[in-house]
Design a protein around this ligand. Structure first.
Ligand code: ZN
Length: 93
């Protein structure tokens, strides 16, 4: 999947849910590893830093808080996810 950028979510749980939904849709577990449903390649992961921004401003602004998230991707079917992104939350924690 691609690293979310300026993606509006209601809570950080929604970010986790987006990742698991993508994984369920495109990957399948074989033994101990996840593989791509499309090509069978082993799913890779980028450790991305997601800045937590607020929807109070239209541009990217926030508390400076960052969450590290593993973004899964198929090396054949998907572009390597960016190692930086951001989400825009209504309530900054
Ligand atoms: Zn694939």
């Amino acid at each position: 999947m691609q690293t979310p950028t300026q993606f509006r979510i209601d809570s950080l749980e929604e970010l986790d849910r987006l990742i698991s939904q993508h994984a369920e849709a495109y990957y399948t577990k074989t033994g101990e590893v996840f593989v791509c449903k499309n090509c069978g390649a082993e799913v890779q992961e980028v450790h991305a830093y997601i800045s937590l921004h607020t929807t109070l401003f239209s541009n990217c602004a926030g508390s400076g808080k960052v969450k590290q998230v593993g973004i899964p991707y198929c090396p054949n079917c998907e572009l390597t996810p960016n190692n930086r992104g951001c989400v825009h939350l209504n309530d900054l924690i």
